[in-house]
Design a protein around this ligand. Structure first.
Ligand SMILES: *Cc1c(COP(=O)(O)O)cnc(C)c1O
Length: 431
């Protein structure tokens, strides 16, 4: 399979080259040149996530040097449970994606990307690989966990000081060793700008071998299709019809993965993007222009994105805006509604949810109120215990952290302050 840029001004390239580059040379994002098609029966009775991923990704890896390693890459990185649980109301489920080492869905993609990057050979290259990652809270931890202790790799996590939950901050600084956490005096966009500038700095890249693990990486998008495939196949086999998904959305990576799985033939119904008060997508889907803007801070901090970086991919998949708008829909949810969904979640849903998942629950309630009785799974993107300070005032008992998160929280945590200043950042990388 060849991979092409959304902007159409760069040469088609191999999977390995697209994974290593991150961004296409014309500034666009990579997508497969065409979409392999599957029927549900092609998966026979497979239920294992890594096996389903392997089948789905085989045509996308075909012809690439990484193809031979795909079974091993899937087995090593997608060994995380993704249970689909029935909610205590008709036609409603929850797809739990928070059972990985850092308790958010970013673990699936970060582990897969790391397994790929660590296997791509660069002839004659002996320098250490520096992975730069800007994070709004969860990506940094997932990438840190995926690369911690790996020889020949250093990870630099940039996060906005004071804009991530206390437990997220602790987690980011708890890896130590080859993973450095930098708390930036700025917002997420500032962190992302520092990373982008470093990647484009010829002087720096002549001295250091740099790569990034940000949310536009193809290597994060592809594995995220696999849990939608697994859940929808399971539903199809049990009920004989499609399952829709309501996806908490920030940079649009996770929601786009659901769409791509549907495009490849998986039995997926409606896809609803649920944002926080950053309403860029909802406004577009309601018929307005796409107007990217600075992100605003909300209780669902990992989705505080005003310029969703995968929108460019979404738009490139369709000929017209009308087609985009008929393929998906989007809703936005304010902090008061997030609070209310969290406080009622134990009684209404028999479970406690994180602030991001709460946005999807509100969107589900709106669907039901509008008379939509189709089958939906709300996607639970993070474990609620990561957001204990948001939850504590709203519910009787915050659930305990799952074991892997508890272990990270037990470890000492260290981060370095970094001014929102490029010279300071590059000096830090070079020291
Ligand atoms: C990153 C994140 C999101 C948003 O996912 P995107 O792929 O950026 O749309 C939602 N919830 C949680 C908990 C996250 O960490």
């Amino acid at each position: 399979m060849q991979f092409v840029s959304t902007r159409g001004m760069a040469a088609a390239t191999s999977l390995s080259a697209a994974l290593s580059a991150g961004l296409a040379p014309d500034g666009g994002l990579y997508l497969p040149a065409h979409w392999p098609q599957f029927k549900p029966a092609a998966f026979a009775d497979e239920t294992d996530l890594s096996q389903i991923a392997q089948r789905l990704l085989t045509p996308l890896f075909a012809g690439d040097p990484l193809a031979a390693a795909l079974p091993e890459i899937c087995a090593q990185s997608l060994d995380i449970d993704a249970p689909l649980r029935a909610l205590p109301m008709p036609n409603s489920w929850m797809l739990e994606l928070f059972h990985g080492p850092t308790a958010a869905f970013k673990d699936f993609a970060a582990r897969f990307l790391a397994a790929c990057l660590l296997r791509i050979e660069h002839e004659g290259e002996t320098r250490e690989l520096h992975i730069l990652v800007a994070t709004s809270g969860d990506t940094g931890a997932a990438v840190g966990a995926a690369f911690a202790g790996k020889p020949g790799v250093r990870v630099w996590i940039l996060y906005p000081d004071g804009r991530v939950s206390p437990r997220q901050a602790h987690q980011l600084g708890a890896f130590g060793g080859n993973v450095t956490a930098l708390r930036v005096q700025g917002n997420f966009d500032d962190c992302q700008a520092l990373v982008k500038r470093a990647l484009n700095d010829d002087e720096l890249t002549s001295r250091l071998r740099l790569s990034s693990a940000n949310s536009i990486s193809l290597g994060r998008l592809l594995p995220q299709m696999s849990y939608y495939a697994q859940a929808s196949l399971r539903h199809w086999r049990a009920h004989g019809h499609t399952l829709g998904f309501i996806v908490p959305t920030g940079n649009l990576g996770n929601g786009l993965a659901a769409l791509l799985a549907r495009r490849m033939g998986l039995p997926i119904g409606a896809i609803v993007l649920a944002s926080n008060a950053n309403a860029t997508l909802s406004e577009y889907f309601a018929g307005g222009d796409y107007t990217p803007r600075p992100g605003i801070a909300t209780l669902a901090n990992a989705m505080d994105v005003g310029a969703p970086s995968n929108f460019e991919r979404l738009r490139a998949l369709f000929a017209t805006d009308t087609e985009v708008r008929s393929a998906l829909s989007a809703e936005w949810v304010d902090d008061a509604q997030i609070r209310s969904a969290i406080s009622t979640s134990p009684a209404h849903y028999g479970t406690v949810v994180c602030p991001h998942t709460a946005c999807a629950l509100v969107a589900l309630e709106r669907r039901r109120a509008a008379g939509d009785s189709r089958d939906y799974a709300v996607v639970a993107t993070a474990h609620p215990a990561k957001f204990d300070t948001v939850l504590a005032p709203l519910i009787d008992a915050v659930p305990a952290p799952p074991p892997a998160l508890a272990a990270l929280l037990q470890r000492p945590s260290h981060s370095e302050a970094l001014a929102n200043d490029y010279a300071a950042f590059s000096a830090c990388l070079l020291r």
